[in-house]
Design a protein around this ligand. Structure first.
Ligand code: NDP
Length: 299
């Protein structure tokens, strides 16, 4: 029988552990972890995500600093703000909610964030350090997946993992996290994408399949070997006239059929989703801890 990996429960455990860390940090150093969240425009999905981040900060004793702007803010104004936040000792993490309006270059903005405060792990320096095995911030969603596996006592070392999707925020950092020379790495990794021939050939050989495609129920039961572990990153809205909101959320995996074959599987919602903000909190607290250590060394 398949075991459902409960992202809400694992998230709750990690948040409780991290809240304790905040209490100890504040008690020993007086430093309160601070997260700056920059939101441009009024995209409802981004607004809702930012609200969830604010709630998580409040619950965990992290101070949340919100910067909301109209969509016509200039690129320079945003860069100026980031420069100020980079120097602010009360801010340990800076997050810019993507996507930004078309007249603003996402990469220019991400590059402006100090790598010491890059709690999203999107700065090229953070990604580069991950690739060569240096200490850095790991992107929240892939890092959350590592934690889901770890807290479910699933061994990663030596496993063959097939990732479907090669985006900069999920697929690529995921592959590199799994390749680290670490107990929660050391996997053999295959990465598939839209130009891969016969995706099923690759997924069928994998012990762990990670789907990050953005296509509802793309991974079907015939693409998975018996007893595989399946992690579904996808969040897709599909019309559902019976649902109150007129739509429901489904993953990139055909859950009802695939779950009959797997040993472990994540549901959507309630699997990978809750972990992303949890790992954002984790990275912000880690950043504040590093800041406190640096300050102590300077004394
Ligand atoms: P992107 O659109 O940036 O990337 C999708 C990837 O899937 C690309 O690499 C693309 O290939 C590949 N792909 C698309 N169509 C196919 C196909 N037919 N066959 C094979 N590969 C294909 O998406 P993201 O990585 O940002 O997100 C993926 C999903 O995960 C989305 O549903 C998103 O909502 C969700 N998500 C969930 C998060 C969470 O917190 N749970 C966080 C982030 C994302 P190519 O590169 O060749 O174009």
């Amino acid at each position: 029988m398949t075991k459902i990996i409960d992202g809400k429960e694992i998230s709750r455990i990690i948040r409780a552990e991290q809240k304790k860390k905040v209490e100890i940090l504040v008690e020993n150093t007086g430093i309160v972890p601070g997260l700056a969240v920059i939101l441009v425009g009024e995209d409802p999905a981004s607004q809702s995500y930012v609200r969830s981040k604010r709630r998580a900060c409040k619950k965990m004793g992290v101070s949340s600093h919100d910067f909301n702007f109209a969509p016509d803010i200039s690129e320079q104004e945003l860069l100026d703000l980031i420069n100020i936040l980079n120097e602010d000792p009360e801010i340990h993490g800076i997050l810019v909610q993507l996507p930004l309006p078309k007249h603003i270059d996402d990469n220019k903005i991400l590059l402006a964030i100090s790598p010491d405060k890059d709690v999203d792990g999107f700065h090229p320096q953070s990604l580069g350090k991950l690739v060569i095995g240096m200490e850095t911030f790991f992107s929240c969603t892939p890092f959350g997946i590592i934690k889901l596996l770890e807290y479910s006592n699933i061994e990663i070392e030596g496993k063959h993992v097939c990732i479907v999707g090669r985006s900069n925020i999920v697929g690529k950092p995921m592959a590199n996290l799994l390749l680290r020379k670490d107990k929660t790495g050391n996997a053999t990794v295959t990465v598939c994408h839209s130009r891969t021939k016969d995706i099923s050939y690759h997924t069928k050989q994998a012990d762990i399949v990670i789907a990050a495609i953005g296509k509802p129920e793309f991974i079907t039961a015939d693409m998975i070997k018996d007893n595989a572990i399946v992690i579904d990153v996808g969040i897709n809205r599909v019309n559902d006239p019976e649902a109150e909101r007129g739509y429901k959320l489904v993953g990139d995996v055909d859950y009802s059929e695939v779950s009959k074959k797997t040993s472990f599987i994540t549901p959507v919602p309630g699997g990978v989703g809750p972990m992303t903000i949890t790992m954002l909190m984790y990275n912000t607290i880690l950043s504040a801890t590093r800041f406190a250590e640096k300050k102590k060394m300077e004394k």
